[in-house]
Structures are given as structure tokens and as C-alpha cells.
Design a protein around this ligand. Structure first.
Ligand SMILES: [Zn+2]
Length: 77
């Protein structure tokens, strides 16, 4: 998976995007059905659920710091 720097950043960018979408859709499920993705892994306190939540959170932090340089819209401002 690890190739040159550019490919690496691209992979990280896509992974961050996917995780943020998962996180956002999870909130939609919580809001609409009071059900969240953690239920698949045994509830919110299950280890795998917590790993997923932490990964989504890390993706949000990464997005905070990398969004501007990766976004065409923000680039214009
Ligand atoms: Zn932007």
C-alpha cells in the first residue's frame, strides 16, 4: 500500500473521507432509528465499536488539518 508520498496522501485522503462518511451516516441512523453501527459489533461499549468511533474521530482531526490543502473550493478563498 505504501508507495511514494503522493500515493500515500491520496490513500489517507480517501480513507479519511470514507471514515467521515461512515461517521456522518452513523449519526443519521442514530437520529432516525436510534440505532448505530456499533450494534453490529456488540454495542457502543464493545471494543471494535470504540475502535471505529476513535478512527472516525481521528479522521475528523486529520480533515481539520488537511482539508484546506486538499479542497478546490477552500483553495480559492
Ligand atoms: Zn473545502
Amino acid at each position: 500500500m505504501i508507495k511514494e508520498g503522493g500515493e500515500n496522501m491520496k490513500g489517507l485522503h480517501i480513507l479519511t473521507f470514507i471514515l467521515l462518511v461512515v461517521g456522518g451516516l452513523n449519526w443519521l441512523l442514530v437520529g432516525l432509528f436510534a440505532w448505530d453501527i456499533g450494534e453490529i459489533f456488540g454495542g457502543q461499549s464493545a471494543m471494535i465499536s470504540r475502535v471505529v468511533y476513535v478512527l472516525v474521530g481521528i479522521a475528523a482531526i486529520l480533515e481539520l488539518f488537511t482539508h484546506k490543502s486538499a479542497c478546490k473550493q477552500c483553495d480559492k478563498m
